[in-house]
Design a protein around this ligand. Structure first.
Ligand SMILES: [Zn+2]
Length: 173
């Protein structure tokens, strides 16, 4: 099931901060946005981490609000994983931030597998990431002329599994 709020937020993020280049660069999008919290604007910082960093450990990434003056929202990812995985991780963590899953006083969201296991925050963050990296309108258009899964995967900068799932969910495959 797809969350329409998550999809709406992803489209808004694209509208505000995307340079219309493929593959979509979620780092650049995060840098072009702010997150409002209690009427104040906070920066969204994307940080690369290694498995030796305690906060990351065996996870692919996490999202949190970091206290400070001013505080900031953080999307962290495991820099040792391949670029397509990093793009997905950053997009997913950005989803957690923009959808309000992390906030001052709330627990950090750590992601190991991206299997939602019925957790709605995870379902929504995945739906956000899918629309951000593989915007529906562009996938529909591109799939008309590009039929090879690995060509589509590299065009959108995602894994073959991710584009296959996207095509299935959109009823194209
Ligand atoms: Zn998550």
């Amino acid at each position: 099931m797809t969350s329409s709020k998550a999809v709406k937020f992803a489209r808004k993020a694209l509208e505000f901060a995307w340079d219309k280049q493929f593959p979509v660069d979620p780092k650049r999008i995060a840098a072009g946005l702010v997150k409002k919290e209690d009427g104040k604007d906070f920066k969204i910082v994307v940080e690369t981490k290694s498995p030796f960093d305690e906060e990351l450990g065996s996870a692919s990434g996490y999202a949190e609000f970091r206290e400070g003056t001013p505080g900031s929202f953080v999307c962290a990812y495991n820099g040792l994983e391949p670029p397509y995985r990093n793009r997905f991780t950053i997009a997913h963590e950005l989803g957690h931030v923009l959808l309000g899953h992390v906030a001052p006083g709330k627990k950090r969201k750590r992601d190991t597998t991206f299997n939602s296991n019925g957790d709605w925050d995870e379902v929504d963050a995945n739906a956000f990431a899918a629309e951000l990296l593989m915007p529906e309108a562009y996938v529909r258009e591109k799939a008309k002329t590009m039929t090879d899964i690995s060509d589509l995967a590299s065009f959108f900068g995602v894994s073959p599994t991710a584009i296959k799932n996207r095509l299935k969910n959109l009823g194209i495959l």
